[in-house]
Design a protein around this ligand. Structure first.
Ligand SMILES: [Fe+2]
Length: 279
């Protein structure tokens, strides 16, 4: 799920996609074409993430054993998640509002919009589809630090004001969606927005273009982002388990600090020159 900082709203643009609904057993009857799109996305991405995704993500892949020839069914993922961290997936429409998003996370339910991109948007789409949610995020939901952080984040967001939620969304963006982590083997990816995007998987680690900085939570809360471009800036965790430390911080006090200090200047150009300044 994605909050669009630049548009200042939660996926307000709308979407051409509609989620599929499961039958009474929780099974979704995907078409052959939809399964084929999954299979091609999976094959491409599984090769790219080798030596680029962090070990915790690979451990999660080993646990989940995602099918490569068809879209995984949520009940089969739920069984494995239940045994590891107690998380579950939740089948949701293509767009949900912020309150519903936080309510689900606060209940250890990870929202999964049950649609898959069309071939026209094979390489890039703004809406988080089931490939993004399942391939990008679900493996790390088996990890205690990641699971704890996401749960804590959901509980904070549920009780936060509308204005504070916009700040919290930035922290989520620069960790769960686009986070990098230092390891003994070098820089690795844990953000699901990167791990479900072939172009950004390479760019985030290997391009000289983006800025990469150690994660300072207040800085992340103050950093604007756009959802429709390769990120100009990534924040790096010193070690993966720092997600535990982050969960134990008084994040809402940091939100107040960030509000007082104000936002950083964006490192990206305005989306459309004509509407510059009309965020
Ligand atoms: Fe996501």
């Amino acid at each position: 799920m994605t909050y669009d900082d630049h548009r200042g709203s939660f996926m307000s643009k709308g979407t051409q996609y509609k989620s599929r609904e499961s039958d009474s057993n929780g099974i979704i009857h995907w078409s052959d074409e939809e399964n084929q799109v999954w299979s091609e996305l999976f094959d491409r991405q599984i090769k790219l993430i080798k030596n680029r995704a962090c070990d915790q993500y690979h451990d999660g892949l080993d646990i989940l054993q995602l099918s490569n020839d068809r879209i995984p069914q949520l009940p089969e993922l739920n069984k494995k998640l239940k045994k590891t961290t107690g998380w579950q997936t939740a089948e949701v429409p293509a767009l949900i509002n912020f309150s519903e998003f936080f309510r689900l996370l606060a209940n250890k339910q990870f929202p999964v919009a049950t649609f898959i991109r069309t071939r026209e948007e094979f390489d890039y789409l703004q809406e988080p589809d089931i490939f993004h949610e399942v391939f990008g995020h679900c493996p790390l939901l088996t990890n205690p630090a990641f699971a704890h952080f996401t749960h804590t984040y959901g509980k904070l967001g549920l009780n936060a004001s509308k204005e504070d939620r916009v700040f919290l969304a930035r922290l989520y963006w620069f960790t769960v969606e686009f986070g990098l982590v230092n390891t003994a083997d070098g820089l690795r990816i844990y953000g699901g927005g990167i791990l479900s995007s072939p172009g950004e998987t390479i760019y985030a680690l290997e391009s000289a273009t983006p800025v990469r900085k150690p994660l300072e939570p207040v800085d992340a809360l103050r950093t604007p982002y756009r959802i429709d471009i390769m990120q100009p800036l990534y924040y790096i965790l010193e070690q993966f388990d720092d997600l535990f430390t982050l969960s134990e911080m008084d994040l809402m006090a940091l939100v107040q600090q960030a509000k007082t200090l104000g936002l950083f200047e964006p490192l990206f150009p305005p989306k459309e020159k004509k509407v510059s300044g009309q965020n």
